[in-house]
Design a protein around this ligand. Sequence first.
Ligand SMILES: Cc1cc2nc3c(=O)[nH]c(=O)nc-3n(C[C@H](O)[C@H](O)[C@H](O)COP(=O)(O)O)c2cc1C
Length: 357
Amino acid sequence: MPRLLDPARFGDLDLANRVVMAPMTRSRATVDGDATALMAEHYGARATAGLIVTEGIAPSEVGKGYCRTPVLDGPERVPGWRAVTDAVHAGGGRIVAQAMHVGRIAHAANKAPGTETVAPSAVRAAGAMYTDDEGMQPFDEPRELTTDEVAAVVGEYRRFAALAMDAGFDGVELHGTSGYLPAQFLSSTANRRTDRYGGSLQARIRFPVEVLEALVDEVGAGRVGLRICPGNPFNGLEDDPADDVEATFRAFLSAIRPLGLAYLHVIRRHERDPGVVLDNLAMARELHDGALIANDSFDAAEADAAIDAGGCDAVSFGRHFLATPDLVARIGDGRGPERFDPKTLYTPGPLGYTELG
Ligand SMILES: Cc1cc2nc3c(=O)[nH]c(=O)nc-3n(C[C@H](O)[C@H](O)[C@H](O)COP(=O)(O)O)c2cc1C
């Protein structure tokens, strides 16, 4: 059976190994949302990963929620990302762009002036987020998207995929968890709509299904991945009933199965967490025919064992990559990752990002 350092082919993506760098927001874009030279240096230094998934990138200004996070919504954004993909390709790596529309998990101070916050329904999420100008602020009260506007947001994801190809990315990953827009549509508590995008289970899954259809139509299924974590309560989804979550994800994964996505990127949930009844990896294996990337709190030995046992085809590492750009080499010779400094996760500048230790 293959192990962590064996090559793989997921759809149209050929990976030198099965060590994936998990998507991590680091807030090193410009205030306006452009990719920077620092980001190219950061990703380029991690090019020995079999696949890099970028930090979440908003497909529109409206879809941006956090300070200094990137937006990919027009051709003027492409050169910044081209430098990133060139740096990764020069090191022999592969990189996909994560499309992350935050929906209601946003604050106006983190967006361009006058940009609104939208969601499936006008239901504010409990909680707060950091802003550079005003410190911690409660999440915005979102405005409910009209039916026509939902279709327009699908179009924004399609444009994102086209721009990602222009920028030299090898593919795109839809961020479908952590309480952001697709997860809001799937949720029976955040989505209170009564049109074709809400109400019944089939209506709740319609938005992410349409987004994936658009991405596949634009770049081909072999270059599209989806990140999920059924039952993830993060960012205001803790009230979704467990039985509803299972039915929702069974219907969602069954509906997209014919698309033949290159991979599913699945965050497992720990049995020790309160209320966890689903085995996310097993459900994904059952309902997806392509590759499976597993995530969350793996070390190299456990990852090797999981791939060896056939539970997944690759494992993504987030925090281990923060202070350890050469994680793949260290897995090869048995050295562990360096400790990272949590104080520099989201601060501007090179410290803790390209300047380590
Ligand atoms: C600083 C930081 C930023 C993150 N940003 C994102 C993100 O933009 N998109 C996403 O899907 N997950 C994001 N995550 C979650 C990680 O991709 C990953 O699921 C998590 O760190 C668990 O994996 P690990 O145990 O290997 O670190 C982030 C995690 C961290 C630590």
